[in-house]
Design a protein around this ligand. Sequence first.
Ligand SMILES: [Zn+2]
Length: 336
Amino acid sequence: MYYDMLKYYLELFDNGKREFAYQAESIPKYAEWKRALRSRLAEITGLSRCVSCALEHGYAGEEEINGFRAEKHTLRTEPGVAMPFLLMKPETFGWASCPVLIVPHGHGGGKRETLYYQAVFIREALEDGFIVACPDERGSGERREFPQQGDGEAAERSNSHRELAQLSLGFGRTVIGGAVWDLMRLADWLLALPEASGFLACAGMSGGGQQALWFAALDDRVRAAITSGYFYGVRDALIEMPQNCACNYIPGFFETADMGELGALIAPRPFFVESGAGDPLAGKRGLANVREQLATAGKAYRLFGAEIVHSVHGGGHEWRGDGMRSFLAEARLAGE
Ligand SMILES: [Zn+2]
């Protein structure tokens, strides 16, 4: 016999309301809702508490990683906070106006792992003329805190999200709030490159899909977003599975909105959702838990006569990338 709490929290969710549950039926109502929800999300994620500073930039040389010629850069995103990132340039760099693609990594490593796990996608983006940037999220890669620092695969694949989530809490901040802030500052820097066109896309898998989703939801400069292995309702995926990483949990979020509302904030910008039919992180109802959220976000897209691309593969919690190259090409044609 255990006097445990999960059922209590599920009932709290089921009996409660999301304050910003999507219900706008006109574009002006949508705009009003979007402004209000963004402001609330900036508050509860602590994004609004992040501190601006001059974007101090450093260049740390070039290395070859999995056949990519990657430049290593650093950027100061808050006073005392430095973010390393890898930058890959297309052959057209220097004489053409290049679109920009940010690929944030998921759990299981940092920026370097992206160049292995999403190598085909990144290679194609470079062929298509994109400048590609892969940053380390706070707590991962070269940004691991002391308990996780060190060499070797186990250490390199670990992260300090629990440590940072606990530290953030007392300052009214969260891991995802800091991650979005850093992506915003990276976008400031990338979009100011003389070689960059104004087109910015963001694509990620799992924790990278979480970052891409939140970044696009909170920043209109993201003209196209791809999220894989992350877009599913919080009840089954986060509440019923509290063993998920601490970075997924935000004070008050379960009373504010659900994933569908985050998707709705991206409307009408091109939005691609990839799901694995057997992804256990979607929860026990699998794709049903994805489709419900897509239906919510889809209401906002329909207001603008647009729709979300949903690509389902037969695998589990994994990135496939089918259809993403043409999705980005179309988004670029429409958005440049
Ligand atoms: Zn995490």
